[in-house]
Design a protein around this ligand. Sequence first.
Ligand code: DGJ
Length: 753
Amino acid sequence: MIAEKNLVFSVSTENTSYVMAVLKTGHLVHLAYGRRIASVPDISCFLPVEMTPVGTLCYWDDENDDIFPDNLLLEYSAPYRGDNREASFIADAGNGRTAMDLLYKGYRIYKGKASSFPASIESVDGCETLEIELEDSILGISVFLSYSVFPSSDVIVRSAAIRNGTSGKLSIKEAASLQLDIPRDDWTLFSYDGAWARERYEHKRRLEPGITIIDSKLGTSGNEHNPLIYLQNGKGEAYGFNLVYSGNHRELLEISPFGALRVITGINPYCFEWILESGESFATPEAIMTYSPDGVDEASALFHSFINRFVIPPFWRFRTRPVLLNSWEGCYFDFDEKRLLELAESGKELGVELFVLDDGWFGNRTDDTKGLGDWYCNRERFPDGLEAFAERIHALGLQFGIWMEPEMVNMDSELYRVHPDWVISLPDRTPLKARHQLTLDLSRNDVRDFIYQSVSSVIRLTHADYIKWDMNRSVSDVFSHGSELRSQGEVLHRYIIGLYEILGKLRKDFPEVLFEGCASGGSRYDLGMLLFMPQIWASDNTDLHDRVTIGEGTLRGYPLSTLGAHVSASPSHQSLRTSRIDSRFNIASFGVLGYELDVTKLSDDDRSAIRDQIAFYKKYRDVFQFGDFSSLHVSDNQRFWYTTLGDTSIALEIQTFGEVHTGRNDRLFLPFAADDKTYRITARREHIPSSCLGDLAKDCGQSMSEDFSITVPGAILKYHGLPLGPQFTAKGFTENTRILGDYGSRMYIIESI
Ligand code: DGJ
């Protein structure tokens, strides 16, 4: 689906085309990205739209005095040769010289995809790549731009590789993964921003002339700004972008004085430098991009499908994930083996399949000030050793999972006392701490060996089925004491390359172990981590209300199969909000379900509710984990979540505040129902614990929501909506009052029959 004619290049996916051409000056210009064009168009169909003479700006040369680089849509750009917008490539070719031309040299089209490092999406059968070489022939610097397409997918994978053909050193200050220049339009940017416990809240803003930057300088992809962005134009078409990278990133959007939009995504150039000796090359991480004529919802669905099929580690693609019980919020650091076994037994009895021993099992780690780095069993807590404990968990018929934070060290640890130079720290200052810990320097070979040995030994010793890989701080004091760098500007990128090297070895040696990524919750929720870890803990905030926003933001870019979501205690440990156990389940069930509370202390009501929840989740597990997610915002107070797999959809009605007698006339819609199909709709029966009803409880005579099952034509569900009856009717209320309560929700199973 890649073709070339008269130096016009067409990169087509199932439904989209991306078209570029080489001008007579050698500039590689962007012509179109949108709905599929069946044949390779002639360049005259597009020119000279962006080549009008523009006042004081530089034109190319006397023969080409109608070509103004500042007004071209360029595929990659360097500074100070007529293009005054932000460049995607900046390198010092000696003596601070950065001005250079990137002009067309040649191209090749080949099957597969170059598997350069950082290794991202692997070459897959049927994948096809166009590589275009641009060069500055005077300096001898080449840039290879790659565009790969995949079968039945509307995602294009892009990257750039730089070759230093000069006779000396080349210092790269910036090398973006992707540049896309799009003609004038009215653009709305969607970004996913936040902080700890408030990850990936969606924000929308209209782009105005000038530069907008979304980025991370945290050393990780970060909880402040995810590398995922969308752009929607006036016609409602959407473009999506993401990076296959876990470190500092930058997404730059520039509206030029002539209205064109430039998008640049890649490694954040902030304090970055990479030195190439003569003849060496540097490969950028990959970027993915997609286009949908139908807006961000559809673009997001295209990303989901691509990630499930081509990013998730092969063994885990579409493989169901166990329901887990994690010890953290139930015990924190306060546990011994006996307490954990009681927890696990209780979880098993509820239907849980995997028990996860979180922080606190190793060294002298009885609180978060000490022990990180000492990955051997705390014998006071586990007198017979970790191996024996894991065996006991396995003997209960549960899988065994364990927490590690391999990239970190406490100063109060044996590891730090022996290897103080293994941390990222300045030679002349006391390093800043976060959560009492320092970051190990993964740019060093010896550190990487230590981490691989530590994790693989724990897996082998315990026959672990699951590893929760945590990482709880941002970087500071960026400086490596190792000898493998040519410049301190390389440290953070080498760190990520080092991380991927360790994870690549672990994935190869233990393909069946389920890794869950975590970084103080969701501070490293990105496609780079998903290459090695099929699921990620979305946030330390498990409050059901906040999780609606976190879930929706996360699911904009990442499929349900990646989203770790837990039912925790009420009141919530993060928000102190109280809520019904079934409402908490409803939100957590969209994704990979877990429980994280002391299940030995549950009321009988809650125990029986959880038993039913897990049985229900297992019945529809594939729909919750691998279905297509969408949402419908009815009002500020009410929305629906949907997940659909084959003939089955689950719809979740979510309400923020309970309202009384509003005459709201709530209706259930299935926006994607087929007009000519008939659907059976059943409501999941929910437990209404008497504690929620107070004095009313004695009059009610029931503690379950009412049964509800009805058959409806698709056209009604799609266009008119099905009126929703009473959720729960207590004496004293009129028949039609629906009491979902504050932060209440109700789940419907919709099957096409
Ligand atoms: C931060 C994680 O996000 C939590 O889930 C938990 O594992 C703690 N670390 C343990 O220290």
